[in-house]
Design a protein around this ligand. Sequence first.
Ligand SMILES: *Cc1c(COP(=O)(O)O)cnc(C)c1O
Length: 368
Amino acid sequence: MKFPFIDLQAQRAVIADDIDAALKRVLEHGQFILGPEVTQFEEQLAAFEGGGHTVSCANGTDAIILPLKAWGVGPGDTVFCPSWTYAATAEAIAVIGAVPYFVDVDPDTYNLCPKSLRAAIQKSQNAKAIIAVDLFGQPANYPELRKIADEFGLKLMADSAQGMGCRLGGKAPIDWADVVTTSFFPAKPLGCYGDGGAMLTRDEDLKEQLLSLRFHGRATAPGDHAKIGLNSRLDTMQAAILIEKLNIFEDEIKARNRIAKRYTDALKSNILRTPKVIEGGVSTWAQYSIEVPNRDVVMAGMRAADIPVAAYYPLPTHMQTAYKNFPISSDGLPNTMAAKDVIMALPMHAYLKPQDQDAVIETLLGLV
Ligand SMILES: *Cc1c(COP(=O)(O)O)cnc(C)c1O
């Protein structure tokens, strides 16, 4: 490839000295598990998202599992989620013995469709929670989803693994969701240099439970364990890296939005379907995904021209081997089924050079 799909080294060049110094500090103080950087990062991320508490953990999948456990969700319970997401969303539900119930997405935003969700809830049993996903970086329709959650007495979780930093009407998903979860997998908009994750909440009691559950369910009394939890902590080294990355995150989100606009301006008047962001929304552009007929031919053409592209997701979760026996909304998920064959993601990161972006655009326009 002429250049990478996501260029993590270009980002590193901006903050390399700061990261080296931060890692050296950790190596010297030696508190590798829950060292001071972990708390510092948790506080800074909570502030970045407009207040509340952050509890970090080992990855974005555990970040979904831990609040479900705190809410007592388990065998026999139903949790609603989109099929059109990374498999980890449904995996976190199924791995604790609950049933993931797949819901369709809105055709414009690819985020949870309130109508499909309502249909699913009405047909389900033991409904406990809704997991919305901020797919490709843009916020789900939280005002609508909050209404539905309240109407049916369900918890609302925001899986913001791809959307950390996204906004709706200037507010973060934590303004609506009972808990926001995220992943610091290197390729996510806010990524570290390994695995990492976090949960954000304004619920003091939930925060306390999460602090215990991520640490084997330990109790306050020494030696006692009150719950069966996980060993799921963010490494101090990763926290130290994330502190440096959070410092430049706001600028990176702006850069991603500039680059997204540049793609859209160049592509929108052609036969391509460019991304639509929810009204009042700001995306962090984890992916810039367009729809093209003959997607597989176009993708092969891009790759032949040495331009990296990807299809997220070729198989919706409800069609995958491990998930095909779980229930789906009675509408049959038509928007999910339509998107899977035409979606294609273009190179997107905060440091994409104009000349590289031009090469993507020119090659693409030559193929469609
Ligand atoms: C990446 C991702 C996850 C899982 O995060 P990990 O840190 O890899 O465990 C969960 N949900 C979505 C939507 C993701 O994109």
